[in-house]
Ligand binder design. Structure first.
Ligand SMILES: [Fe+2]
Ligand SMILES: [Fe+2]
Length: 232
């Protein structure tokens, strides 16, 4: 979590906000970095999403990604609260699990701003989306993904963290490419009802660079949790 040394640190599970020059550097770094070697569950998810939503990077497809992105954090939060129910008499351990809960809450909220910013942009763009394809199917995917994340976490937490690290790595790279594909966003202002929550940025391009960096931070947190997966 070296990134927390830079930018503005906003609390557990909330990635720092970076200034413009750093956002540019971070995007270039992502484009230069190979993707993780994705596991079978992550590959199945990405193939499914491409089959339903196409390979083209659209805001609507990213909205689906963000809806799904929140789910593992919800599953882990629930599992952690149950664990506290079981171990609350061991107060030191309960306290440490609580720290994990706080982190997952921050991560969930961060993903939620991503989702709401996308919803807002899609709403403003006036694009019409199929209700089945962009509302009901994503809900179904999110339910299945929640169950998979929860089950993996119960069987072996490391597997659940690994799946999420793959998901976040994919998101980080996809956002870096998305910004590259939209040079016109460099000159578009970020006008949003969520600036108080997510910050102000020089351009829409920087908002997406920031989101991409958030995904990198989430990935690194999951990679770190893979090595220290069990509550103890
Ligand atoms: Fe996200
Ligand atoms: Fe993320």
């Amino acid at each position: 979590m070296t990134e927390r040394a830079h930018g503005t640190y906003a609390g557990a599970g909330t990635p720092p906000r970076l200034p413009h020059q750093q956002l540019i550097a971070v995007q270039a770094e992502t484009l230069d970095t190979p993707r993780r070697r994705y596991g079978p569950a992550a590959r199945l998810l990405f193939v499914t999403l491409d089959a339903i939503y196409g390979k083209k990077r659209t805001l609507s497809k990213f909205k689906v990604l963000e809806l799904v992105a929140r789910v593992p954090y919800q599953a882990w939060e629930q599992a952690a609260y149950i664990a506290i129910t079981h171990v609350h008499e061991r107060t030191g351990m309960a306290r440490r699990i609580h720290d994990r809960v706080a982190e997952t809450r921050g991560q969930q909220d961060n993903e939620q701003w991503h989702l709401l910013i996308l919803d807002e942009l899609i709403g403003k763009s006036g694009v019409s989306e199929s209700r089945v394809k962009y509302f009901w199917i994503p809900q179904a995917i999110a339910v299945v993904y929640y169950q998979v994340s929860w089950l993996l976490f119960v069987i072996r937490p490391k597997w659940s963290y690994r799946l999420n690290a793959d998901f976040e790595d994919h998101a980080e790279h996809e956002y870096a490419h998305l910004v590259q594909e939209h040079p016109e966003w460099e000159h578009m202002p970020f006008e949003s009802q969520f600036t108080a929550d997510y910050g102000t940025y020089d351009s829409l391009a920087d908002v997406f660079r920031q989101i991409g960096h958030d995904e990198r931070v989430h990935k690194r947190e999951s990679e770190q949790d893979m090595t220290n997966a069990r509550f103890r």
